[in-house]
Design a protein around this ligand. Structure first.
Ligand SMILES: [Fe+2]
Ligand SMILES: [Fe+2]
Length: 277
């Protein structure tokens, strides 16, 4: 599966990726071995609830082989987007890895428990939730921003609990997610410039069908998010993810509501009831 894109858009997509990469290489790279203060790991701070939260995030990050192979297949003909996917996959691969290291080094999960988790995880396959580059761009802008919001919340919790290792992990991982959201937001801006009507229709459609990647894939996802305190509420999703995105893209609420009415089977307020991140 691949798509074509007009050459002016392709040139701009390349530039957006180059800007993303320059910032990543110069300012954002972090080292899993040296930047996380592992020597300060305090098993006393690593409670069962922390273990449940980190495990669910880790599981969601473990699907990186599916996320990256399917997204690469979709974007392979657009240089900026395909190369972004390769860079993105490398960054995401470290997220699952650092969560795994935290779970095992802290003793929250034994190697055997982690192996069982890995087997369970890969017995299922993640599939693209949307079928076009533009819809997946809408999805990426929302999903990465929701993930950043959840991780930022976890960073605050870790700080309040005095867990310096987990605080550092959520800082680095969250910063990556914010940068990913930024890339998709810039791509969405580009799509809006080229085709506002259709892009708004896609955004309305994606918003009304939005769910996090682990939802429907990880057993008991919503319940576990809620009971462990790992999720973000629908209110927070709207306040920290949806409205800021629309405001950055200069889409008024009226314009968005109009698009939702026309192109999505449910309203924004109905859609948010479906969102349990
Ligand atoms: Fe991630
Ligand atoms: Fe991400």
């Amino acid at each position: 599966m691949s798509e074509t894109m007009p050459s002016t858009m392709r040139d701009r997509a390349y530039q957006i990726y180059l800007d993303f990469l320059e910032t990543a290489e110069n300012k954002r790279r972090w080292n899993i071995f040296n930047d996380v203060p592992w020597e300060r790991l305090d098993s006393g701070k690593a409670t069962d609830q922390v273990g449940d939260r980190v495990e669910i995030f880790c599981t969601e990050e473990l699907y990186v082989p599916d996320y990256s192979s399917k997204a690469l297949d979709l974007t392979r003909s657009v240089f900026g987007m395909a190369w972004f996917q390769t860079c993105w996959a490398f960054e995401e691969s470290r997220h699952g890895l650092v969560f795994r290291e935290y779970l095992t080094r802290s003793g929250l999960r034994s190697p055997a428990q982690f192996e069982a988790l890995e087997t369970g995880t890969f017995s299922k396959e993640w599939k693209l939730p949307f079928q076009t580059i533009r819809q997946m761009t809408c999805y990426g802008a929302l999903q990465e921003s929701a993930t950043f919001t959840a991780y930022n919340q976890q960073r605050n919790k870790a700080r309040d609990a005095g867990d310096q290792v987990l605080e550092a992990i959520f800082l680095f991982v969250g910063r990556d997610e914010a940068a990913h959201a930024g890339f998709y937001r810039d791509m969405l801006q580009l799509e809006l410039i080229h085709n506002r009507e259709e892009t708004l229709a896609d955004l309305a459609y994606v918003l009304s069908n939005f769910k996090m990647p682990g939802d429907g894939l990880i057993p008991d996802y919503r319940r576990r998010l809620a009971s462990s305190g790992a999720g973000i509420s629908p209110r927070v999703f709207l306040a920290r993810v949806v409205w800021p995105l629309l405001s950055t893209l200069e889409i008024s609420r009226e314009e968005m509501k109009g698009a939702m009415k026309k192109h999505a089977p449910v309203t924004v307020s109905n859609a948010r009831a479906e969102i349990s991140v």
